[in-house]
Ligand binder design. Structure first.
Ligand code: GAP
Length: 431
């Protein structure tokens, strides 16, 4: 994991938030390549959910919502983790922290940090929602929460969307947006953070059809994940046991990935039992919803972990750039940069032609120009960035207007007419 975190920083994927002030715990910023990668994943999700289907509408609801939403949804009462404090060293832990020996609140319990015995308090429920205030005077202002999931924006707009879009049940509403949780045990890079993005879709179904739709959505979502290019042996299902189910769920499956720190979920498919009360009619409504809930950041981490390889290379490549390489084997359509343009040397008309090619490609694809250092080093830098194609302008190029295109994964080189590059790359990048 450390190697991936350091590559992410070195190549501009992810930086620690507020690093120059010492960093803010479990909050991360996406750099030039990271923002492209995450955007490609979100766009792919949006396309498959909203554009390619007739039965799902998009939404972008506000992060701030009426505080009653969170009472009605059960989050004020139930979105909690049990915590214990050490009275000696003042550290705070989840009550089920496996490092705690004994029973918190009892004399035998031992603090995992300072080692004191009998200093851990009995567990207390700690709400994970961030509170803030609306209005100019804090004391008189309404207390609000930053949403801990995006789903509620969908629920409260259910009728608005239904009526304005002329959809009929079964239909869904999809949304991508930020969510916030004051996690007690965040960590593992962008896996569990306090500010993150979710890609959620609520599918409203007729009573009695929820189990069938639940199974359909499970199959759809696994297919979508596989199409990101993730190795199938690194993916599995996990069904929630009764004690794991969230306060709203009737049945739930997670899609898990084998991260370097073990199997963990990155997407959940939930059969939600809602019990919203219509304040006007006093009727309970919308009880049957199948939810697919993915983390955009966690999916990005899955994609990065799965793409990361250290490889031995041979032949000409080894001579030019060393015999070991780190490469991100990202699916080309997800890669932040689609190609890099390299003049072999900075003379003999090569830079001029390379700039012309770069300018032309730039209008179609996200491409990068690099004329620094040996060609081997330039290849290695783009391997680490996950750039699928390297375009080299050499002596022959200035004679016959052809270039070499190096494939990141096979290391094979094709000679392609400069005028045909857009067509060549577009074909390769499809999918
Ligand atoms: N609306 C249902 C819901 O929010 P969840 O299992 O709590 O369900 C869904 O979250 C997904 O959101 C997770 O699978 C994960 O990908 C992402 N997620 C949740 N908490 C997160 C956190 N603290 N940091 C990063 N991603 C998180």
């Amino acid at each position: 994991m450390d190697k991936l975190v350091s590559l992410a920083k070195r190549r501009g994927f992810v930086f620690q938030s507020s690093e120059i002030y010492g960093g803010l715990g479990s909050v991360w910023d996406y750099g030039p390549l990271g923002v492209e990668l995450k955007k490609n994943i979100k766009e792919r999700w949006w396309r498959s959910m909203v554009h390619e289907r007739q039965d799902i509408e998009g939404l972008d609801a506000a992060i701030l919502m009426h505080p009653k939403v969170w009472e009605a949804s059960g989050h004020v009462a139930g979105f909690t983790d049990p915590l214990v404090d050490c009275k000696q060293c003042k550290n705070r832990f989840r009550a089920d922290d496996p490092r705690i020996k004994g029973t918190p609140g009892q004399p035998d319990a031992q603090c995992p940090v300072c080692g004191s015995k009998g200093t851990l308090t009995a567990p207390r429920q700690f709400n994970l929602m961030f509170k803030t205030f609306m209005g100019p005077v804090e004391e008189q202002a309404a207390a609000l929460y930053l949403r801990p999931e995006t789903a509620q924006g969908i629920y409260v707009n259910y009728l608005n969307v239904l009526q304005s879009s002329r959809q009929k049940i079964p239909f869904g509403i999809a949304q991508i947006g930020k969510a916030f949780r004051n996690e007690i045990t965040p960590g593992n890079f962008i896996f569990r953070t306090r500010e993150f993005e979710q890609m959620e879709m609520q599918f409203f179904v007729k009573p009695g059809s929820e189990n069938e739709w639940f199974e359909r959505w499970r199959a759809e979502r696994m297919q979508w994940v596989a199409a990101l290019g993730i190795r199938s042996e690194k993916l599995r299902w996990h069904q929630h046991g009764k004690d794991e189910l969230a306060h709203y769920a009737k049945d739930a499956y997670d899609i898990e990935y084998e991260f370097p720190f073990g199997w963990q979920e990155f997407e959940g498919i939930h059969n939600r039992k809602l019990d919203y009360l219509d304040p006007k009619t006093n009727e309970r409504f919308l009880p049957y919803v199948v939810e697919t809930s993915a983390g955009a950041d966690r999916t990005t981490l899955v994609v990065l972990c799965d793409a990361y390889r250290e490889e031995e290379v041979g032949g000409e490549e080894a001579a030019e750039g060393g015999d070991m390489r780190v490469v991100l084997k990202l699916k080309p359509s997800l890669a932040p940069l689609k190609a890099a343009v390299f003049p072999l040397v900075n003379k003999e008309g090569m830079p001029e032609l390379a700039h012309r090619i770069h300018d032309d490609l730039r209008r179609h694809l996200k491409v990068f120009y690099d004329d620094g250092g040996s060609i081997g080093r330039r290849y290695r830098r783009q391997d680490e960035a996950g750039t699928p194609y390297g375009i080299t302008i050499d002596g022959q190029s200035t004679q016959d207007q052809t270039v070499t295109v190096r494939d990141r994964d096979t290391l094979k080189q094709d000679r392609v007419a400069a005028a045909k590059l857009v067509e060549y790359l577009t074909q390769k990048l499809a999918g």
